[in-house]
Design a protein. Structure first.
Ligand code: T3D
Length: 259
């Protein structure tokens, strides 16, 4: 396998981005974060890509920041986070196509934040989720304090952040963090199958769905209603909307093109 810290593979309209430092459970160093940003931006910019899978090589998804090269103790953590992590997390949220996080093993610290920046989280049966930060005297970062309460609620978010207990895939699903749990060997095929399904759907609408949901907790109802109405005007202008209605009325499967 390539020794590049991030692999980028394309199958039809689906890009699979693989964190690739398996010897250290895909711990996040500068080279990996730069390569991850490049991969995410490439998938976002390529009109031929209509869905993305993010996963990890080997037995982990990601063990979070590489503690052998972490800037936590040097006073530079703010710079590292702002320059390396935030652009990746924000680019994943802004990606105008769906991202499936296929969590194949432990997702710890900022590795868990990356998993949560995806739109749909699938997990292998042996996967686990760990807000590892407090175990080493840090605070959750890379978006964990934003995603976690929204996904699992304040009570569980606080317990996960403070206790830093390892949460199984099954418990994460019961918490509402994980959409589906699959047998380990089935995880990537299932994630790619879902991504291929999504890639054949009206992907312009998916981009607008993400836009509507991304910050909905920050907006009041009246503002959100306005945003929905504006986005619906845009969605209604797409070729895919015309095709969806025509196919329904003609009782045939739709052929969406993402336009
Ligand atoms: O400045 C900044 O960067 C700020 C940003 C901070 C963001 C953060 O993410 S802070 C949180 C950092 N992550 C952690 O604290 C987690 C540390 N890792 C662990 O607690 C455990 O490794 C796991 C619970 C994740 C997995 O445990 P286990 O028993 O399955 O695996 P292991 O044996 O501990 O690890 C396997 C190898 O990966 C091992 O190397 P070895 O002994 O085989 O040569 C281990 O040292 C290495 N590894 C695991 N995590 C990291 C790591 N190496 C570097 N950094 C890691 N985070």
């Amino acid at each position: 396998m390539s020794d590049s810290p991030v692999l980028y593979q394309v199958d039809g309209a689906v890009a699979t981005i693989t964190l690739n430092r398996p010897d250290v459970l895909n711990a996040l160093n500068t080279a990996l974060m730069l390569a991850l940003r490049e991969a995410v931006e490439k998938a976002a910019a390529d009109a031929a890509i209509r869905a993305v899978v993010v996963t990890g090589a080997g037995r982990g998804f990601s063990a979070g920041a590489d503690l052998a090269s972490s800037s936590g103790g040097t006073g530079n953590a703010g710079t590292t986070l702002r320059e390396r992590y935030h652009p990746v997390i924000l680019a994943m949220r802004a990606m105008p196509k769906p991202i499936i996080s296929a969590v194949n093993g432990v997702a710890a610290g900022a590795g868990m934040s990356i998993a949560m920046a995806g739109d749909i989280i699938l997990a292998g049966r042996s996967a686990s989720f760990l807000q590892a930060f407090s175990k080493i005297g840090l605070v959750p970062d890379a978006g964990s304090t934003w995603f976690l309460p929204r996904y699992v609620g304040d009570v569980r978010a606080r317990a996960m952040a403070i206790l830093a207990d390892r949460i199984s895939a099954q418990d994460a699903q019961a918490f509402g963090l994980v959409w589906q749990v699959h047998e380990d060997a089935e995880l990537l095929p299932k994630a790619q199958e879902m991504a291929q399904r999504l890639a054949a759907m009206p992907t312009r609408a998916y981009a607008m769905i993400k836009q509507a949901l991304n910050d909905s907790h920050q907006r009041d109802l009246a503002t959100q209603l306005e945003l929905e109405a504006d986005l619906q005007v845009e969605a209604g202008k797409t070729e895919d909307f015309r095709e969806g209605v025509a196919a329904f009325l003609q009782k045939r499967p739709p052929q969406f093109k993402g336009r």
